[in-house]
Design a protein around this ligand. Structure first.
Ligand code: ADP
Ligand code: MG
Ligand code: ZN
Length: 471
């Protein structure tokens, strides 16, 4: 065990998926020609007045509920003053001493709960674009609504930090408040890291690595920072509290500036916006709007549908996939076949993560469900399900187009016996091999039966019959 324990707390910015910005009606869409999603309010012209978008409060409350936060009945907006060209007003409208959500938590797979100090709403700043030796500013992102989710310094390892970020990302997507695309900047983390001797309660001096937009960079930056701070302490030096940036090319952290305190921002109440009142009734209504929690869903699937933990994980990764799976399993006793169709055949046709996230296969879940009901009722077997599903996926048509009455009739015992006899007659070599001790030879005989019934026969029953006939 290392001499020092790592301690980390994360501040995670998540862009909310509202159609319009937080204080004006401009579009929040990512990209676009620079400065085309803008108006006098979101470029911060003097004399304009902000108007709070109610959807922003709604999404932030949903985020709070999903992370077990208390929702404040009264909260206020505040001005955070700083000067930087991406923020033409020279202040950001945020929340300070009265945030919308407080005291939540995220539970990790090791059972530890990472406490969430607060979730507040605020506006995003514009973006600086450096090109040909000049710097330009694009205000399209200015005024896009954000929530900032601040954790307590409860994280004790790089793995915990990674899981925490993944869980947050998953949850926010799952409840539909953000797409959390780190590569597009709709989710970014400030990572605060300190170290302390094992067994010591008192927290060490922290550094803050700003604006991390990839999980792999977060883990690398934390590893670097942990080593650097341990080395400092080992050589009797102190860690300086400062703000760092991660240099991706050199894989190291470097100083951006000394650490600013809340005092430096001279926060004061935002005079242009009223107090936000969130009634208990509204919160209760929003609570009913939340989807069944991933945990509850996992429980239900494992108990009722008998699917494996590994499959649950994959199916739960994207909300659309989870919803599709539930519909495909409607009325079925067992979810294994549905899971295998989705995770195998359907996923195979999806090339990107975005395809899986949007999850709109050519076969609607009702049609897969109808096909799987035939399997459930013992009318067809899995290999026929698979070949039929391929055709359904190719064409988008229901199974009725591809399966005839005969296909659905099944194979009765006398037919099966006749076919087994035929298999033995036509493959004397396989029968001989089997009798000579090559047990595998029976598989080719079963294969013959399956092929001549186009997969309708019960392979296990066929094998038993063949063994009897050869005995
Ligand atoms: P700010 O960065 O705005 O000054 P805070 O002081 O509230 O805000 O802390 C921000 C983040 O830093 C929180 O996520 C908190 O958990 C984390 N943090 C605070 N102290 C430490 C520490 N000693 N080691 C690691 N993380 C810390
Ligand atoms: Mg900070
Ligand atoms: Zn605007």
């Amino acid at each position: 065990m290392s001499k020092y324990e790592l301690v980390a707390g994360l501040e995670t910015h998540v862009e909310l998926a509202t159609k319009t910005k937080i204080f004006c009606g401009c579009s929040t869409e990512f990209g676009g020609e620079p400065n085309t999603h803008c108006c006098p309010v979101c470029i911060g012209l003097p004399g304009t007045l902000p108007k709070l978008n109610q959807k922003v409060v709604e999404y932030a409350v949903l985020a709070g509920l999903a992370t077990h936060c208390e929702i404040s009945e009264v909260s206020t907006m505040a001005r955070k003053n700083y000067v930087y060209p991406d923020l033409s007003k020279n202040y950001q409208i945020s929340q300070f001493d009265m945030p919308l959500c407080t005291h939540g938590w995220i539970e990790l797979s090791n059972g530890r709960k990472i406490r969430i100090t607060r979730i507040h709403i605020e506006e995003d700043a514009g973006k600086l674009v450096h090109s040909r030796g000049n710097t330009y500013v694009d205000y399209n992102r200015g005024g896009v609504p954000l929530i900032e989710i601040v954790s307590e310094p409860d994280i004790r390892s790089i793995e915990e930090a990674k899981e925490y970020v993944e869980k947050l990302q998953f949850l926010m997507r799952y409840i539909g408040v953000s797409d959390c695309r780190m590569e597009e900047g709709s989710m970014r983390c400030d990572v605060n890291v300190s170290v302390r001797p094992q067994g010591i309660e008192k927290l060490g001096t922290r550094t803050e690595i700003k604006n991390m937009n990839s999980i792999s960079f977060i883990t690398k930056a934390m590893a670097y920072e942990y080593d650097r701070q341990c080395d400092l302490l080992d050589s009797g030096e102190a860690v300086t509290q400062e703000t760092l940036r991660y240099n991706e090319a050199d894989e190291c952290t470097e100083s951006m500036r000394g650490k600013e305190d809340a005092d430096d921002y001279r926060y004061f109440p935002e005079p242009d916006l009223p107090t936000i009142h969130v009634t208990k009734d509204w919160v209760d209504k929003l609570r009913t709007q939340l989807p069944e929690s991933p945990e509850a869903r996992r429980q239900r699937w494992m108990e009722k549908l008998e699917i494996s933990d590994a499959d649950v994980q994959l199916l739960l990764r994207y909300r659309e996939v989870a919803d599709y799976f539930d519909k495909a399993c409607d009325g079925l006793k067992n979810g294994k076949a549905a899971a295998s169709c989705i995770l195998g055949q359907i996923f195979r046709r999806m090339e990107t993560e975005a395809d899986k996230e949007a999850f709109a296969p050519t076969v609607p879940p009702e049609n897969l469900n109808a096909l799987l009901r035939l399997l459930d009722a013992g009318k067809i077997r899995m290999n026929l399900v698979k070949s039929t599903l391929e055709k359904m996926l190719d064409t988008g048509k229901p199974y009725g187009e591809f399966l005839s009455e005969k296909d659905l009739a099944g194979v009765d015992d006398s037919q099966l016996t006749a076919l087994c006899r035929e298999a033995l007659e036509k493959n004397p070599k396989a029968a001989e091999d089997y009798r000579a001790g090559k047990e595998k030879a029976v598989k080719s005989l079963v294969g013959y039966v399956m092929k001549s019934t186009r997969g309708r026969a019960d392979a296990q029953k066929a094998e038993e019959l063949l063994l009897k006939l050869m005995a």
